[in-house]
Write a protein that binds this ligand. Structure first.
Ligand code: GLA
Length: 381
């Protein structure tokens, strides 16, 4: 990927890049919609991600190119307004630039910028957080600043919340920033505090991307966020993490029915994250798998962020002997399902799942046997 990146940069801008960075995509392992509720979550960085190459310019122009979109976007350094249409991908790095001063960081003025990705987009693997972190690292390198990894991650989240306009939590940026090969990243979102948990031997990830996406996915995410905040307010707590399954059940009659279901999902999901980390430490893949599937069932019935397509994949997968558990991964309302499997799950099994899906829905899901990988880093040019 690095050679391709350098070659495209040279072909586009007629010179070599000065800085190169890379940030991985992530799998949401367990902890669905727990992050912005102050809970805990487990995720894994994968070995695919977004690469950014950058070289400074001294005329104050910023030229933006992505291998995912046609053409060159040229903006002046003063041009930090939100972009729309085909240029809207630039909002992720622009949001990072807009966030940096909030964290006391200087921004580079003019530059040529190229982003390339080997991460499937729209697959629930968080290509946007990867783009934010890789961009942040390149901007920091260009201005010779080295803030902590925590700060880099917070800058990415700030960009997403305040510039892109999604009220997401810290999961995506946190896992992309703190990922480690053969490990899961455990985040206590209240700090936030980041640590890693080793993956048990013989645990494999398979991703099935349906390419379906609810037309209102961003609005639905924001609506769930509001319902969770409303539940916390009625329960008299700052965030749902301060409630428990017992206190939420006791408040059933004071919460609107939908709000009660959302709150139950969140507090029970936080409990599942804790159980999953204990089971992981004990190397008990079967117990972990059961929790993953329970998380999906809760998404289906309580958080209502699953879809018929995702449910079909989970139902098909959990009926197979080499599968420990399966669930939707990411925000939901379409996207992808992940399965935790033994090494006995291979291409033949994945094909059987895709065949069944195609028979039902007339299209094949994209299949990825995802390998874990390390977190965001600068790469030697
Ligand atoms: C998206 C958001 C995350 C998290 C998940 C749901 O991926 O970006 O912050 O809320 O949904 O767990």
């Amino acid at each position: 990927m690095k050679t391709a990146l350098v070659n495209v940069f040279r072909a586009t801008f007629g010179r070599a890049p000065e800085f190169i960075s890379r940030a991985p995509g992530r799998i949401e392992f367990i902890g669905n919609h727990t992050d912005y509720n102050g809970g805990t979550v487990l995720g894994a960085a994968i070995d695919r991600g977004v690469w950014v190459a950058l070289a400074k310019r001294d005329d104050g122009q910023r030229r933006w190119v992505s291998d995912q979109r046609e053409g060159v976007v040229t903006l002046s350094a003063e041009g930090v307004a939100r972009q729309s249409g085909v240029q809207s991908w630039v909002n992720y790095p622009l949001g990072v630039l807009a966030a940096m001063p909030t964290f006391g960081l200087r921004v580079p003025v003019g530059f040529d910028y190229l982003a390339m990705s080997d991460l499937p987009t729209g697959a629930g693997l968080s290509s946007s957080a990867a783009l934010e972190l890789a961009s942040g690292l390149a901007f920091l390198a260009a201005t010779q600043q080295r803030p902590s990894r925590e700060t880099l991650v917070s800058v990415g989240k700030h960009a997403e919340n305040h510039f892109v306009g999604v009220p997401c939590g810290i999961l995506d940026q946190g896992v992309s920033g703190f990922g480690r090969k053969n490990h899961l990243v455990y985040i206590d979102c209240r700090g936030p505090r980041f640590s890693t948990v080793p993956l048990p031997d013989g645990a494999h990830f398979w991703i099935f991307n349906t390419h379906t996406k609810h037309a209102l996915v961003d609005g639905l995410y924001a609506a769930r966020h509001s319902e969770c905040m409303a539940a916390a307010k009625t329960l008299g707590v700052g965030l749902l993490v301060e409630a428990t399954p017992v206190t939420v059940r006791a408040a059933e009659n004071t919460l609107a029915p939908a709000v009660f279901k959302r709150a139950r999902h969140v507090v029970e999901e936080i409990a599942r994250v804790e159980q999953a980390s204990a089971a992981l430490r004990a190397g008990d893949r079967a117990a972990v798998g059961k929790l993953l599937t329970a998380s999906h069932r809760s998404s289906q019935s309580l958080f209502e962020n699953s879809t018929a397509e995702l449910d079909f994949l989970v139902d098909t997968l959990v009926g197979m002997p080499a599968v420990f558990g399966s669930r939707l991964t990411g925000g939901g309302f379409g996207g992808a399902v992940m399965a935790l499997t033994s090494g006995d799950f291979g291409d033949a099994q994945a094909k059987a799942v895709s065949d069944a899906y195609e028979k039902r829905y007339g299209a094949r899901p994209d299949v990825l046997h995802a390998q874990t990988g390390d977190g965001a880093a600068l790469v030697t040019v």
